[in-house]
Design a protein around this ligand. Structure first.
Ligand SMILES: [Zn+2]
Length: 343
């Protein structure tokens, strides 16, 4: 009997060790990452430390590139776990090649999204190199920035000039990154966790279109949900403005003589990027917010024909935003998780 108890105890110990992963080489791998990726954690984690890149960002890139399959091969000749062009298939060297490229991109572009775009579309050529390769003028991240007349760190301004595949790739990796880090990761100011400002909503893309509200081009996206629905910060940031914008704060919408954006909360989430939450009924008075913190509730203030959140992203200075320079609105969809975009 005692022997049986000891055996059972030993079995339980072994089972619990298996369960916590200490027997299969994934010590310290985070829970939200699929096992197809965590099986490489023993190689990934030390390389992440060596190259000073967040291991969860590497895991997100690997998930998107190969799903953790070391034999993956693309039609374009990208190989292995990290889909390195003409790279080795051997997992360790493939990982190191991919991480080295990612680390270089992060240092060069100083913006997580730009670094991911460069991982997918290539960094593009410097001004000096373009002189002798004019055909490459608009290739890669530098090429897109050149086309937009923007700096390479100013991702929002040249996002639309990137190849269609890259415009899907960046939010896809960011969505994995957000999921793997469980909303707790903090990258640089431009790469923190992102969420939608509403938990449940319906929408039809209208950014840049004439929706009959007096603007030639709609400056954001309208997310439909009942009045009173909590509006949550989409980013880690700071509330820098609460009040009426471009009109009055009258309640009841356009038919009641309300104009402009009504009551808004403006959140700064980067040096020159602001999220605008408009037509609110009220706001909550926090200064610093984390993604997911409540900032107010949906109302019908300003020019609106029904309860909804007008969600817009401004790239530029707060002064220009408050004066409505008109040129700073960027497509908020680049900050939408892919699950929302594919709805
Ligand atoms: Zn709107």
């Amino acid at each position: 009997m005692r022997l049986l108890v000891i055996c059972l105890f030993a079995l339980l110990v072994v089972l619990s060790l298996l369960g916590s992963g200490t027997l299969n080489g994934v010590v310290g791998a985070p829970g939200g990452v699929p096992s197809s990726v965590t099986q490489w954690w023993g190689s990934l984690e030390p390389l992440a430390r060596q190259y000073e890149v967040d291991p969860l960002l590497i895991a997100a890139v690997m998930m998107q590139e190969s799903g953790g399959d070391p034999r993956a091969r693309s039609w374009a000749g990208a190989n292995g776990l990290m889909q390195v062009l003409d790279g080795p298939f051997e997992p360790n060297s493939n990982l190191e090649s991919g991480i080295r490229i990612l680390a270089t991109n992060l240092k060069t572009f100083k913006n997580v999204r730009a670094a991911l775009a460069a991982y997918n579309a290539g960094p593009g050529m410097s001004d000096a190199d373009v002189a002798s390769n004019p055909a490459q003028r608009f290739a890669g991240v530098r090429g897109a920035a050149r086309q937009a007349g923007a700096s390479v760190a100013d991702f929002d301004k040249y996002y639309v000039y990137l190849p269609a595949e890259t415009r899907k790739y960046v939010p896809a990796v960011m969505a994995y990154y957000e999921r793997f880090s469980n909303g707790t990761a903090t990258l640089s100011a431009t790469g923190g966790p992102i969420r939608m400002p509403l938990d449940k909503f319906s929408w039809t893309p209208t950014f840049g279109k004439d929706i009959g509200n007096g603007q030639a081009a709609h400056s954001g996206e309208d997310l439909m949900a009942p009045c009173g629905t909590p509006v949550k910060a989409a980013f880690n940031g700071t509330i820098v403005y609460r009040g009426c914008l471009y009109g009055n704060c009258r309640d009841g919408g356009a038919t009641n003589g309300a104009t402009g954006h009504g009551l808004v909360v403006i959140e700064q989430f980067d040096a020159n990027r602001y999220a605008v939450y408009a037509h609110l009924a009220n706001y909550v008075t926090d200064r610093d917010v984390k993604a997911g913190d409540m900032v107010g509730t949906i109302g019908m203030t300003g020019w609106t024909l029904g309860c909804h959140l007008h969600y817009a992203i401004w790239n530029g200075s707060l002064d220009d935003l408050l004066k409505d320079g008109g040129k700073g609105w960027v497509d908020p969809k680049q900050y939408f998780p892919t699950a929302v975009l594919s709805q």
